[in-house]
Design a protein around this ligand. Structure first.
Ligand code: NAD
Ligand code: WQD
Length: 337
């Protein structure tokens, strides 16, 4: 049985991936400093999978801790989710983001190489594309990220490609996620951000729970069919499966793989609101306000490379994304944890 180190494994996408790994008979060691997740997620992972991952509360920038984790576990690969992800905050506190995301990743890579571990899956983002001149993003397109967060992701990708160039037996996958939404079907794990959410679906979920009064829809004058922004929303369980398939791919192939994980089908803000209202039976009041600075009108994935190389494609549509989000919000409210 192979053992995978999952950094950021109690976070939103990490926790779903840990469940998927356990279901696929991997052993899992989680390293997370809990800066944006809760320890209670571990018990929820155990409840879903009836398996217990090893857990270390600590930081990816702590080389001593990393060395001891690699020494004490027979780790064959790393899936690296740990990172800060708030675009607005990254613009205000760039060094915090470069330090945590870029320096943290380099510290992790150093310790990993010292332990002779050569398989690495990285959480990248469609945000690395910036504005490449086309709305359907393909992996070979230009990458000019337009915010600090996106630049940290792109820098780490470049570091990883350089490492692959220098080490022929290093296998790395940079997975560029589009807009992750939804929750585990059990309702036990999902995205529950601290404070007011920045992203659309957690905001909508909190309105449905009566915690927020109204959604501000950022712009209804985009050149899109209903004037609101179009995004490629992807169910977090589909993403999780993509990580397990990426690991299988890396077991057989060395070098650097960069691949989109999206559905290829964009939906507007108004379509997402309508889908959520339908499955929840709740009214989501909204008003149109000015465009949010830095938002693009439309982008979505060309997911064909992931299908070809990883045998991966998204299975869940927006109805299921909304159903699972809603189940999770109701459950979180009940448990208060
Ligand atoms: P999340 O905040 O829920 O999970 C990240 C986890 O990493 C958290 O549990 C946090 O406590 C931990 N962490 C952060 N810095 C750490 C550090 N220095 N040491 C140890 N642990 C640390 O975020 P998520 O949505 O699950 O995202 C996971 C990864 O995917 C991130 O790298 C993010 O940038 C990337 N990503 C997310 C999205 C998205 O929209 N959610 C899209 C594309 C890429
Ligand atoms: C979706 C749509 C908004 C909130 C972000 C990051 C990106 C990636 C995924 C990590 C847009 C509209 C939103 C609201 C709204 N993360 N909206 N009212 O901005 O596409 O992507 O998350 O890598 O880097 O930038 O996602 O969910 O914030 O917005 O009208 O209160 O919903 O304008 O059209 P975004 P989002």
């Amino acid at each position: 049985m192979k053992t995978i180190l999952v950094t950021g494994g109690t976070g939103y996408i990490g926790s779903h991936t840990v469940v998927s790994l356990l279901e696929n008979n991997y052993k899992v060691v989680i390293l997370d400093n809990l800066c944006n997740s809760k320890i209670s997620t571990l018990a929820r992972i155990e409840k879903i999978s009836s398996k217990t991952p090893d857990f270390y509360q600590g930081d990816i920038r702590d080389a001593t801790l990393l060395a001891s984790i690699f020494k004490n576990h027979p780790i064959s690969g790393v899936i690296h989710f740990a990172g800060l992800k708030a675009v607005g905050e990254s613009q205000k506190e760039p060094l915090k983001y470069y330090e945590n995301n870029v320096t943290g990743s380099i510290t992790l890579l150093n310790e990993m190489f010292k332990a002779n571990v050569k398989t690495f899956v990285f959480s990248s983002s469609a945000t690395v594309y910036g504005e490449p001149g086309s709305t359907q993003y393909e992996e070979g397109m230009s990458t000019i990220p337009i915010n600090v967060y996106g630049r940290t992701k792109f820098m780490i990708e470049e570091v990883l490609r350089d490492c692959a160039q220098a080490n022929p037996d290093f296998s790395v996958a940079c997975l560029r996620y589009f807009n992750p939404v939804g929750a585990h079907q059990s309702g036990l794990i999902g995205e529950n951000p601290v404070g007011t959410p920045n992203n659309l679906m957690p905001y909508v979920g909190q309105i449905a729970m009566g915690k927020l009064p109204m959604l501000k829809v950022f712009g209804n004058d985009y050149p899109t069919p209903d004037g609101t922004g179009l995004r490629d929303y992807i169910h977090v369980d589909d993403l999780a499966k993509g990580h397990v398939l990426a690991l299988s791919y890396l077991e057989k192939n060395s070098g650097a793989l960069t691949v989109n994980l999206g559905t290829g089908k964009p939906y507007s803000v108004l379509e997402m609101i309508a889908a959520f209202e339908k499955v929840s039976g709740k009214n989501i009041p909204y008003e149109f306000v000015d465009r949010r600075s830095g938002d693009l009108a439309e982008y979505y994935a060309n997911p064909s490379l992931a299908k070809k190389l990883l045998y991966w494609q998204a299975e869940h549509g927006i109805e299921r994304m909304c159903e699972d989000t809603w189940r999770f919000y109701q459950q979180v409210e009940l448990s208060h944890s």
